[in-house]
Design a protein around this ligand. Structure first.
Ligand code: IPE
Ligand code: IPE
Ligand code: MG
Length: 250
């Protein structure tokens, strides 16, 4: 595809074929920093600007759900200094963005093992989640201390407990019941999952929910990612034929 045929503008997207839910694995902050002889934390700081740009793009384009993978259960194993810096950055991001989210009708939801987050970060999350609860222009879902397997284990325990308590029969457990016991009971499954930085793996993100998501991997490092590439990805998505195992009608 020549660069000329790539849409540079939101207006070129087909509004009838937009994804309802975009999920993103924001990867490559460390490598972005390393290339510039900066420290990894500076890469994460620059990455926060991309978060703002992508949130704004979703709002502008009219995509109602955006999930961003910001910190995984595995990321707790990084050096304490980096974990601490990420938590500080997260708290600052929530405080800085609170007004902007409110102004733009954006509702914040957090999924993951939030009890593992520092108390001051949890407090900021609770405040912003409560303050934005009635907003309905865009649902921004931040995956924090999130792991897909941990989410599935949690669901299994919840259902097993309900069965053991006599509130649920095993034959009542179906797709719907499982989905309702995940972190995302009221959120449609992602239509597309984007990962930056060239890694072609899922890294324990939304394992159940991405069953039929379109996958898109870009070599761009997260701090270099922006609205223009986001539009190109949406354009690519709109050309795809989502068959769900069926055959196209002739
Ligand atoms: C993504 O960037 C941000 C987090 C996982 C918190 P990385 O920090 O993983 O950056 P790379 O992969 O080392 O370049
Ligand atoms: C995935 O990125 C997690 C987030 C983007 C928050 P990682 O950098 O942690 O994943 P791996 O280590 O490359 O699988
Ligand atoms: Mg990484």
């Amino acid at each position: 595809m020549s660069s000329k045929s790539i849409p540079r503008d939101v207006a070129l997207l087909d509004p009838a074929k937009l994804p309802q839910h975009v999920a993103m694995i924001m990867d490559g902050n460390g490598r972005w920093a390393k290339k510039r002889l900066l420290n990894r934390i500076q890469g994460h700081e620059k990455g926060a600007d991309t978060v703002r740009a992508v949130v704004e793009a979703c709002r502008e384009i009219g995509i109602p759900y955006l999930t961003l993978f910001a910190f995984s259960t595995e990321n707790w194993q990084r050096p304490q200094r980096e974990v601490d810096a990420l938590m500080t950055l997260l708290k600052k991001f929530l405080e800085d963005e609170r007004e902007e989210l409110q102004k733009n009708g954006i509702r914040l939801t957090v999924i993951g093992e939030t009890t593992r987050l520092p108390q001051n970060v949890r407090q900021s999350i609770d405040e912003v989640v409560a303050a934005t609860a009635v907003n309905d222009k865009l649902r921004l879902i931040l995956a924090l201390s999130y792991g897909g397997r941990a989410e599935i284990v949690r669901m299994a325990r919840e259902l097993a407990t309900a069965v053991a308590d006599g509130q649920l029969r095993p034959d009542q457990i179906d797709h719907d019941r499982v989905a309702r016991s995940l972190y995302t009971p009221d959120i449609p499954d992602p239509d597309i999952l984007v990962r930056t930085s060239g890694e072609m793996r899922i890294s324990n993100f939304l394992l159940w929910q991405i069953a039929y998501a379109e996958l898109y991997f870009t070599p761009t490092l997260w701090p270099d990612f922006g609205k223009e590439e986001f539009c190109q990805i949406l354009h690519d998505y709109q050309q795809r034929d989502r068959r769900y195992g069926k055959v196209d009608p002739v």
